[in-house]
Design a protein around this ligand. Structure first.
Ligand code: ADP
Ligand code: MG
Length: 212
């Protein structure tokens, strides 16, 4: 079996079947390098350019460990912008479409607060959003992160450039210490290393080139 075959991973059969139907034939380099550790529950720092397939790397990790019957927030993904959060939500919904009743909710600024709070009352498994709005919900008591077991910082370098560091710190403070933390970034400046050291436990560092 090829090392880049998704079937070499311990993924749930319905996720594997769905990857076939999405025509994901082989893992991209960053997926092949990171997924074994992600699925093993380790903290992982993934560095790869745009288009290297980072979303499916953490998305499959989230979906594979999700307990659908426990209707509570088990994964939180932070993205720099609403557009990116929407893209990540779309990809995770598509990767998880073979698993019934998964609820993925986006929480981004620039959208009315009330309907988001209403949706949160109905519950979700996976939250994807921008730091500012996630923090707003935490402060107003419309969101609790006590059952999060996977925390993802996507495009971490961009979130720092946008000045989200303190907000991200405040959000992470509200998640359980016993969690898996995954951090993805196109670049890896010193500031990211410092953050990784502060929020991750023995992270595995994987680096991969772009697909094309
Ligand atoms: P990144 O976040 O690294 O910029 P994305 O996760 O957005 O990249 O992936 C880029 C594109 O590649 C998306 O359209 C995604 O659906 C597709 N893709 C990801 N992994 C695979 C794969 N293993 N096989 C085929 N297409 C893939
Ligand atoms: Mg991405």
């Amino acid at each position: 079996m090829s090392q880049t075959a998704f079937s070499s991973l311990s993924l749930h059969p319905e996720l594997l079947e769905n990857l076939k139907s999405l025509n994901y034939q082989e893992m991209t380099p960053i997926q092949a390098l990171s997924l074994p550790d992600i699925l093993a529950g380790k903290d992982v720092i993934g560095q790869g350019k745009t288009g290297s397939g980072k979303t499916a790397a953490f998305g499959l990790g989230i979906l594979n460990s999700l307990e659908v019957k426990r209707f509570r927030i088990q994964a939180l993904v932070m993205c720099p912008t609403r557009e990116l959060a929407d893209q990540v939500a779309k990809e995770i919904r598509s990767l998880g479409r073979a698993i019934h009743n998964i609820k993925v909710l986006t929480l981004c600024g620039g959208m009315p607060f009330g309907p988001q709070a209403g949706s949160l009352e109905h519950g979700a498994h996976i939250i994807i959003g921008t730091p500012g709005r996630i923090d707003d919900h935490l402060r107003r008591g419309t969101l609790a992160l006590d059952h999060v077991h996977t925390l993802v910082l996507d495009e971490a370098d961009r979130m720092l450039e946008m000045g989200f560091q303190d907000t991200i710190d405040a959000i992470i403070e509200k998640t359980p210490r016993q969690r898996q933390t995954l951090l993805f970034s196109a670049t890896f400046p010193k500031q990211i290393k410092r953050i990784a050291n502060a929020i991750m436990v023995d992270p595995v560092l994987v680096k991969a080139p772009a697909l094309h």
